[in-house]
Ligand binder design. Sequence first.
Ligand SMILES: Nc1ncnc2c1ncn2[C@@H]1O[C@H](COP(=O)(O)OP(=O)(O)OP(=O)(O)O)[C@@H](O)[C@H]1O
Length: 211
Amino acid sequence: MFALKNVRYKDILHIHELTIPAQQVTCIIGESGSGKSTLFKLLNHLLSADAGQIIYKGKPVELWDPVRLRREVIMVPQDPVVFRDTIREDLLAGLEFTEQPPATDDTLQHMLELVHLPKQLDDEVFNLSGGEKQRLSLARALLINPEVLLLDEPTSALDEKTEDMVMSHIVDYVKSQGKTLAMITHSKRVAEQFADRLLELKNGDVTLIKE
Ligand SMILES: Nc1ncnc2c1ncn2[C@@H]1O[C@H](COP(=O)(O)OP(=O)(O)OP(=O)(O)O)[C@@H](O)[C@H]1O
């Protein structure tokens, strides 16, 4: 799905070679500040590499129409962002961005169950806790059903039990849809449990730990 060769970004990343295969779960671990979020931003071309090649589905990312690319490759950032007043409106905002038809309340409710967010669609997002906003952002991204989901520490604000439940639902859902998931995590436990491929980012380059 992604193939990177000799990619350099400032003095943060100099990746010799990296592939992210389709329909697999790729987990990325690495120390704080090692460049994990920067790598994700290169993948959907929020940042441009200084040198090297980043190929998505056979075509360099810089040749993709940026809007189209970011509709296919959705990144959920580390700090959850909420867009609208109510949970329903917030979930539907993601679909609007991708120009998909609005979803029914049943579908929206199903997404909330998938991420274990026991709230009503009319509830205000303003009142949600950090961990709840994190799950709302995940539900919004899942609803879009993108080709590639890039999750930056998606469960960092959750306790271990909730983290395991949410992650196993997300992984099952993404796999059942035949989509691709890449996830940054600080939790070795999560990485070992869910990764088909486990990579470590260190000194600007990636090492394959498990395949
Ligand atoms: N656009 C930028 N220009 C210059 N430096 C940057 C830029 N973005 C991030 N950095 C720096 O690059 C390094 C890597 O940042 P990045 O956010 O990618 O790390 P990370 O591995 O995701 O960290 P964490 O686990 O703490 O989230 C950091 O030292 C950061 O300060």
